[in-house]
Write a protein that binds this ligand. Sequence first.
Ligand SMILES: NC(=O)c1ccc[n+]([C@@H]2O[C@H](COP(=O)([O-])OP(=O)(O)OC[C@H]3O[C@@H](n4cnc5c(N)ncnc54)[C@H](O)[C@@H]3O)[C@@H](O)[C@H]2O)c1
Length: 400
Amino acid sequence: MTARLIEPRGRGFLLFDSHPGGCEKIVGDMWDRVAPARPDAKAERRPVALVIGFSAGYGMATAIAGIRRYGLDGVGLCFERPPTERRTATAGWYRTIATAELAAKAGRDWSFVNGDAFANTTKAQVLDLLAERFGGIDYLIYSVAAPRRVDPVTGQTHQSVIQPLGKGYSTKTLDVSGDEPALKEIWVEAGSDAERADTIKVMGGEDWALWFDALADRGLLRPGFTTVALSYIGSHLTAPIYRDGTIGAAKAHLEETALTLNGDLAGVGGRAMTSVNGAAVTQASTAIPGIALYVSLLRGVLGEAMQSPLQQSVELWDRLTGARTLDLDDHGRIRLDRWELDPLIQEQVTERWKAVAPDTIGDLADIEWFSSEVRRLYGFDVPGVNYGAPSESDLPWPTE
Ligand SMILES: NC(=O)c1ccc[n+]([C@@H]2O[C@H](COP(=O)([O-])OP(=O)(O)OC[C@H]3O[C@@H](n4cnc5c(N)ncnc54)[C@H](O)[C@@H]3O)[C@@H](O)[C@H]2O)c1
């Protein structure tokens, strides 16, 4: 493919192409925003991490924060589409290339695998890499958001759905199918028991536990090994569709899995936890009815005080390394979402949620910010990038 102009064309929150230069700039800006911690003089070697869901959202933020702040080595795993004749690669492909370059420049040892985390073949490939390059790992970060999973035992495909449970649910939402985002009311049918079970299969803790077992069976868990999977609770405003819905059932399963794994690790001084992070604009979150409106209202209330995934990820590593207290909640979860669930903030968001109407939405919700964040997921709307110049999109996956 020769260089060509790449534009933000698409439907709603989904764009067809992503911009390599914009993705590179976003990663570079994130990297620059993380202050390196003072090196641990007592450490005999650099810690090693496996980050699953490396290329986007919370996985990418956690990886960049860990590499830059605590000098981690490791392996990044994600599932991205390579470039083709007609289409650019997905944005995560370019973000991974950019992170690989920065990590290498900083003298860190990283390898990247593009494959399905749920597949046994991918597990074997990643475990081989870890064994050959590092001999063991200190951290496993599990940050996958996937629409489906093929069960490695039965071969059956399970689809995750985002639906309420018990009864259907009517919610305000942002409709982005037209030229301008518009306020709409939509009805979401209740998920069935089978859909609930399928969503747990995809987004619950089963695959995380399989990774843990596979690492343990290969003898790759180092003393003090720590694993964290990402979770979300969110507001009472989104509870019917999120925490009390099919996806919430999967998150509850993930959190129960953490308690089980933590018990398994207690004897060897290891830890397994979930980290409950705050709402963020990511590919996964824009797919949830009502969430775009909720996050735009939240941003309307918080403005710049809204915590980015990168800020939360720096805090996560500070807590995991002991630089800050771990501060777990009653369910053994790390809480990085307190800024979002602060009762005063929730009160204001609730007032706006009730009041919002087509003529007030521009004042109450930061739709412009939200729309720009969505374009940034694809590498657009990044200051300092020349979108008028042709770009080469056929960039190769990073190799060691
Ligand atoms: N976005 C939020 O508001 C929010 C808040 C709190 C917690 N979380 C949690 O964070 C985690 C990550 O979500 P996100 O919003 O950052 O998602 P995202 O869509 O930004 O990223 C998902 C990542 O998973 C990878 N992935 C998807 N399918 C895969 C597969 N089969 N094999 C390997 N990798 C695969 C993608 O390549 C990508 O790197 C989820 O557990 C989510 O519930 C999200």
